[in-house]
Design a protein around this ligand. Structure first.
Ligand code: SF4
Length: 440
């Protein structure tokens, strides 16, 4: 190991969440994941974050798929200085079990309920009882609305439902709003008690227990039909919320240089924005702008390198840090993503999700995707309709040529207006394999 990469003993075991007090070793020094306590931060505070990332980290600021902030390239000393700097900038952070609410909670008139007080009650109850829970355990409290968390996988979910009796919360285990197993329905006060009871059960099962361990024998499923919500949009570009608009800005592949973030914060302040919120899908949200200020913000954000076009092909790709920022990365995921956009445009444009993973772990998208490309010891693996950890259908060591052949097959065979997933199904695994591996 080179001197530059020599790291102090790992302060936390791998698999734990790398908070600012317990950073995690990666291929690019230490990493911290930050969950600001405030829903939105002022442009001034974003400038402070950019300055701290530049001074103490590798100069890049990341937003994760779950809407957390990440700074990499730290040492044990610089991580401590980062923590002091955040404190000096008056940026309070959450710690402990992640309790996630939609990014526009309390701002969106279309939500069934404001999830914030319910989340606060659960957080307070966990602290009061001192539960020792699995480090990566996540609770989603989803009040609904335009940018709901319906697609967010969690150990425990609370989903607000409008009923004849008022708002009720559906409690379910292990999954997103479509796949989680409903186990109870209650008003807000009883829902908090029920979830705290389930967390107590998990604590009793041990510090590694997750929502999936609450099986039918322990917690019987709720009988009766369940109303499933619709899928929220990826927050890119202007999004109608109530009578106004919220601007979604996506970080390309989830990361942006601190200089660009600082430039955005300066421009947003000049244009009248008072807060910027973190959002799932590696995005930032800017509420409160309209008319020419909104249009000028879109232009400024694009000039700083943020994605503002909801139809940009790269929006469809989930990408992890890859070999550029993770010791386990076997491929440069960002370079592969750029190559895929350039060489295989038929995979984009209304396409379902594409996942490019540095290794079989699949951090950026643990679920199956329409097309997964994962790094392996043998090269780049293609997994149609599967997860990064699934056996690849085909492996190549020449991605550019494989993508060009795939593009030729897809563009030649596609019927007018045919969706990508139907085309992939119709072509079948053997033709996809032959195209990817170069035996057409
Ligand atoms: S999927 Fe692999 S390469 Fe990508 S961040 Fe996770 S461990 Fe690292």
């Amino acid at each position: 190991m080179s001197a530059a990469l020599r790291l102090p003993p790992p302060p936390v075991r791998r698999g734990a969440c790398p908070s600012v007090a317990a950073p995690m070793p990666t291929g690019d020094g230490l990493l911290v994941r930050l969950r600001p306590r405030a829903a939105g931060l002022s442009p001034e505070k974003w400038r402070a974050i950019a300055a701290l990332a530049r001074r103490h980290g590798n100069g890049l600021v990341e937003v994760t798929a779950r809407g957390n902030l990440q700074i990499r390239g730290l040492t044990a000393d610089s991580a401590r200085m980062l923590a002091s700097g955040l404190d000096a900038a008056d940026i309070a952070l959450r710690s402990g079990t992640a309790i996630e609410v939609p990014p526009l909670s309390g701002l969106d008139p279309s939500e069934a309920a404001d999830a914030t007080p319910v989340a606060a009650a659960i957080e307070a109850a966990i602290a009061a009882r001192g539960f020792a829970l699995a480090p990566k355990l996540a609770v989603v409290v989803d009040g609904g609305g335009v940018l709901s968390l319906a697609d967010m996988v969690a150990d425990l979910r609370l989903d607000a439902e409008r009923t004849a009796e008022g708002v009720m919360w559906r409690i379910s285990t292990a999954g997103d709003a479509f796949s989680a197993r409903p186990v109870a329905r209650a008003d807000a006060a009883d829902a908090v008690e029920t979830v705290v009871g389930l967390l107590g059960l998990l604590a009793a099962l041990g510090p590694a227990a997750r929502g999936r361990d609450l099986g039918e024998a322990l917690v019987p499923a709720l009988a009766g039909p369940t109303v499933r919500p619709s899928l929220p949009p990826v927050p890119v570009g202007p999004i109608a919320v109530g009578a106004g608009q919220v601007l979604g800005l996506r970080l390309p592949y989830g990361r942006i240089h601190a200089d660009r973030l600082e430039g955005l914060a300066n421009d947003l302040e000049r244009l009248g924005a008072t807060e910027i919120r973190l959002a799932p899908h590696r995005a930032l949200l800017v509420p409160g702008l309209a008319g020419e200020a909104l249009a000028a913000t879109i232009r400024a954000a694009a000039a700083h390198g943020f994605r503002t076009d909801p139809d940009a092909p790269g929006n469809a790709i989930s990408v992890c840090a890859g070999s550029a920022g993770c010791a386990s990365g076997l491929i440069d995921t960002h370079a592969v993503a750029d190559l895929l956009v350039a060489e295989a445009p038929s995979l984009f444009g209304g396409a379902p999700g594409i996942h490019i993973s540095g290794c079989a772990k699949g951090c950026a998208h643990p679920a199956a995707a329409a097309v997964t490309l994962a790094g392996s010891a043998g090269g780049l693996g293609l997994v149609p309709g599967g997860r990064a950890g699934d056996e690849p259908l085909a492996v190549t060591d020449d991605a550019a040529a494989a993508f060009a052949r795939l593009e030729a097959l897809l563009s030649r065979e596609r019927a007018p207006g045919e969706p990508l997933d139907s085309l992939l199904d119709r072509l079948g695994r053997s033709r996809l394999k032959a195209a990817f591996q170069g035996r057409t």
